[in-house]
Ligand binder design. Sequence first.
Ligand code: PLP
Length: 453
Amino acid sequence: MITDYQRLAVMNKNHLWHPFTQMKDYNNSDPLIIERGEGIKLYDVQGRAYYDGFSSVWLNVHGHNVPELNQAITEQLGRVAHSTLLGMANIPAIELAEKLVAITPAGLNKVFYSDSGATGVEIAIKMAFQYWHNQGIGSKTKFITMNQAYHGDTIGAVSVGAIPLYHDVFRPMLFPSHVIPYPYAYRHEGGETKALEATLAALHHLLETRADEIAALIVEPIVQGASGIIVMPHGCLRQMAAMCRKYDVLLIADEVATGFGRTGAMFACDLEDVSPDLMVIGKGLTGGYLPVAATLASDVVYEAFYADYHEQKTFFHGHSYTGNPLGCAVALASLKLFEERNMVEGVRTKAAFVEHKLAALKDRPHVGEIRQKGLMIGIELVRDKASREPYDWAEQIGVRTSLRARELSMLTRPLGNVIVFIPPLVSSEAELEAMIDILAESIISVTEGGSIA
Ligand SMILES: *Cc1c(COP(=O)(O)O)cnc(C)c1O
């Protein structure tokens, strides 16, 4: 008899094309098919439970199947599922915009909705570009980004992306951006101080020589995510922001990964008191429930578009589902839980607990560096600890370690040789400890061929 699993696995293989997945490898493996979620666990169609150790790719905040969030959607569904934001408004979109302005850094007073981090980035890029155009400054058209940056997969976002593996194939169709080094202390000869100096010097040089051609700098504040969870040296973001201000270049903070408590502050910009001109949020905005993103703009940016119609300064951009009421309703309910449950403070306490527990892994022979900001953790595995020699990419050490974790009932997805641990913010200390035990066991068994016991 064909089981449900076999039936679904065949259809999956026949018809689904998965993101960021070499389908030839995937189709030779047994697919994981999720049926439901509860708390921080996901259950597959065969009834096996897994810890969601990467928050379903960095989205989930309060866990799965949360009564308060479910209820917010159901109540809104009883009113209306969707109505457009083109020239009209809806209740949850208004209420959420007010709330977002209240919790984001000072000065960001306008909210433009979209439906993914990438579209939010496109909007920020187009706003920055048109901001200068609308003022009659036609020369400021270029963007600065940071080495190994990731801002999403649409063409504009890829144009300010700098991860060769993902982005190089598309280079001929992209607009060129200036790339400055990201301060990756572990892989910089001079360590943290020199890495920071190199970044600031490169930015300074670019601004000194070309500020009149540059519209904006886009940055993943404090933690560069997709490159391998790389934490900036203290003060880097603040100094970059000050330089942008001085040279009249806009600052776009891409908080898609870092926003909503993930780093131990509501937004990573808060950690260094930075108020960007444009800020992109997504991922955790709806608690990981529905695809809503937003681009927040300062009054100064907004006012450059505010004019008589015939001046043609309108921002001609929008998406079918911009300001979706179901998504906005669940985002509001999520933010209510943030307040009621003191989530951000909770992240700081839990982060200290996690740091303490992970310290036991520091001396393992293939653990190169453990990087952490709040509940955003990356563990870089290396072939040789002393020389920091990386594993060859073809060895797929991260993939193998993550597969081992799955066998031990925890889901995560690596970034090359970096093991990712990004648990839902709601995770209890007992759950965090259980997940860290699985992480440790996976890393040790794959890199040392042994076991902790
Ligand atoms: C995930 C991510 C994006 C893209 O968001 P999508 O919703 O996947 O389009 C953009 N920027 C950063 C920093 C991200 O981590």
